[in-house]
Write a protein of this length. Structure first.
Length: 159
């Protein structure tokens, strides 16, 4: 390559392409903003909002799950507001008794055994859904004979 003399610019084809690409990008960007009748920043933000972001889907899923929990709690609260007492239910099991547990878990301590077809007070249901023998259900906080504990909600029929 020959040395550039004073007053002459050295010709480099790479810079020509870079300048050309930048000029073309700016021209397209500004032309698009004029056609769309939006500011150039709005055009850029709308372009980048179209690009898919896998993280957003995960957040949307978590938000939907939390919204369903909140909706469940609001329904339970609405059911109990103004009543002054709890709903009534009956224990429906195939055996003679059902276990009343200290926590909503099959491995927690059994507080007492409730006879089948007994009437109980239904205080509230747990917000989490569990599976027992392949069937979805929720644990239920109940009161029987003055004792509070947890029972499998699928075995309680409210009335």
């Amino acid at each position: 390559m020959a040395k550039a003399r004073y007053g002459q610019k050295q010709q480099n084809p790479i810079f020509r392409w870079v300048y050309l690409v930048l000029f073309a990008f700016c021209a397209i960007w500004l032309t698009t903003s004029i056609i769309a009748q939006k500011s150039p920043t709005e055009v850029l933000s709308s372009f980048f909002s179209v690009i898919p972001n896998p993280g957003i889907k995960n957040h949307e899923k978590q938000l939907a799950e939390k919204d369903s929990i909140i909706a469940d709690l609001e329904k339970q609260l609405a059911a109990f507001q103004g009543q002054g007492k709890y709903k009534r239910g009956m224990i429906i099991v195939d055996s003679e008794t059902m276990n009343l547990r200290s926590e909503p878990s099959l491995v927690s301590n059994v507080v007492m055994r409730i006879p089948a077809n007994s009437e109980v007070e239904v205080m509230f249901y747990d917000t989490k859904t569990y599976y027992l023998n392949g069937k979805a259900g929720k644990w239920c906080k109940i009161r029987y004979a003055g004792t509070e504990g947890w029972a499998w909600g699928n075995f309680i029929e409210e009335f």
